[in-house]
Design a protein around this ligand. Structure first.
Ligand SMILES: Nc1ncnc2c1ncn2[C@@H]1O[C@H](COP(=O)(O)OP(=O)(O)OP(=O)(O)O)[C@@H](O)[C@H]1O
Ligand SMILES: [Mg+2]
Length: 284
């Protein structure tokens, strides 16, 4: 019997992107499902950010197509992506540090009350919504007027994630949300990723950390110099395999040889001693 395959929520088929003569991405195909975490892994310059910028309407692909629920779509700008329920949380631009938490949560989409010339922001309602939305992902905001700059890196990511979820995102894209965070805060962000997935969101998690990826990922897409090295389900891979593929076994061996050579090299004290002796010899 032929198996009926579910249509992925979001799909990339044979997508390529050039910047002048730089081939940033070549023939990328991937599928993203609701209720799953898809990890995009790759070293610096692999093309991870370029890939998600095409999904968030920042860049248009030069070849290939994007499909949402099986239908080809064009995302000419970030608004078009948002209208399709694709929300992107960028590491640095996710929140405005000097604005209060509640203002950051709405960023121009504040609820209003009154009509016509009397229409104004409903601050009370805004704070209540923000409070309950953040509570849903386990953050208890004591003072909504507190500026976001006073929150920890992990909590700031949480505000951005809660906002995306509240404004109806179906696909949540996180570009390296844990790269600047310590172990505990990374754990906090990984927990939000799992919570968003359990709410039925399709989460795309960009990282160059295979350990973080494997803790939460259902699928893993590996990029290297703009090309797809592979796409694996959780059952088909392991942290070790992902690490090995990212670093490249041969490259790791070379690095380890180089470090061993450094360890054999005469240390700085010996070099300094020799230099002193030489200098004394020249004087005497
Ligand atoms: N706007 C641009 N103009 C020209 N080249 C670009 C542009 N954006 C990206 N590139 C190039 O495309 C390649 C992929 O860059 P990209 O930012 O997607 O990598 P990345 O995997 O996100 O890296 P990182 O881990 O450092 O964030 C790089 O060689 C980069 O220099
Ligand atoms: Mg990047």
């Amino acid at each position: 019997m032929a198996q009926v395959k579910e249509t992925p929520l979001l799909e990339m088929r044979g997508v390529s992107k050039y910047f002048g003569s730089v081939n940033a991405l070549q023939d990328i195909s991937l599928q993203v499902n609701a209720g799953e975490v898809t990890c995009v892994l790759g070293d610096n310059g692999a093309g991870k950010s370029t890939l998600i910028k095409m999904l968030s309407g920042v860049h248009s692909p030069d070849a290939g197509e994007l499909l949402i629920e099986g239908r080809p779509v064009h995302l000419p700008n970030p608004r078009a992506a948002q209208a399709q329920g694709i929300a992107t949380v960028f590491q640095d631009l996710a929140t405005v540090p000097l604005m209060s938490i509640w203002r950051n949560f709405f960023l121009g989409n504040e609820p209003t009350k009154g009509w016509g010339p009397l229409r104004r922001m409903d601050v009370g309602k805004a704070k209540t919504i923000m409070h309950s939305e953040l509570a849903k992902i386990g953050i208890d905001v004591r003072d909504p007027n507190q500026t976001v700059g006073t929150l920890s890196g992990g909590e700031r990511q949480a505000v951005a994630i809660a906002r995306a979820v509240y404004f109806g995102a179906r696909v949540l894209i996180l570009d390296e949300p844990t790269s600047a965070l310590g172990v505990r805060q990374s754990g906090v962000v990984l927990k939000y990723i799992v919570q968003a997935r359990d709410m039925g969101k399709a989460v795309i998690f960009i990282t160059h950390n295979p350990n973080h990826a494997f803790l939460v990922g259902d699928r893993f897409v590996l990029l290297k110099r703009g090309r797809m090295m592979g796409s694996y389900l959780r059952s088909e891979t392991s942290v070790e395999a992902l690490t090995e593929m990212m670093a490249g076994g041969a490259e790791l061996q070379q690095l380890s040889d180089e470090l061993a050579k450094l360890a054999d090299a005469p240390d700085i004290e010996e070099i300094a001693k020799e230099a002193r002796e030489l200098a004394q010899g020249a004087e005497g």
